[in-house]
Design a binder for this molecule. Structure first.
Ligand code: SF4
Ligand code: SF4
Length: 98
C-alpha cells in the first residue's frame, strides 16, 4: 500500500494507486495549497482585537492560534478563499489581489 508521500510528480504511472487514491488520513499537511492562491489575506495586527473568530471559520486551518491568541497566517496552506476577511468584525484582515 502506498503512502501519500510516495505519490509525487516523478512517480511513474504503473506505480500510481487506482484513481490516485490515498489510503491514509492526515495528509493535507503534505500539500501546499497556498500555491493555488491568487489573493492573499494580510493580518492588520493594530486593528485585531484577538476575538479569534476568524480561526474556526478557516476551512484550511491556516490561522494558527497559540495560547488563545491568533498568530500570522500559515501561507503554505491558506488558499485565499476570503472567508476570514468576511467574518472579521474589526476589518483586521486586508484583502487584495497579489
Ligand atoms: S476575527 Fe479579526 S479581530 Fe478577531 S482575531 Fe481574527 S483578525 Fe483579529
Ligand atoms: S483566506 Fe481562506 S484559507 Fe486563507 S486564512 Fe482566510 S479563511 Fe483560511
Amino acid at each position: 500500500m502506498k503512502c501519500a508521500k510516495d505519490i509525487h510528480e516523478t512517480i511513474l504511472w504503473p506505480d500510481l494507486t487506482p484513481g490516485c487514491e490515498i489510503y491514509e488520513g492526515g495528509t493535507s499537511a503534505l500539500t501546499k495549497t497556498g500555491e493555488w492562491r491568487v489573493v492573499t489575506p494580510k493580518w492588520l495586527q493594530d486593528k485585531c482585537k484577538q476575538c479569534v473568530l476568524c480561526a474556526p471559520f478557516c476551512p484550511d486551518s491556516s490561522i494558527p492560534v497559540r495560547d488563545g491568541r491568533r498568530t500570522d497566517f500559515d501561507y503554505d496552506h491558506c488558499k485565499g478563499c476570503g472567508i476570514c476577511a468576511q467574518v472579521c468584525p474589526f476589518s483586521a484582515i486586508e484583502w487584495k489581489e497579489d
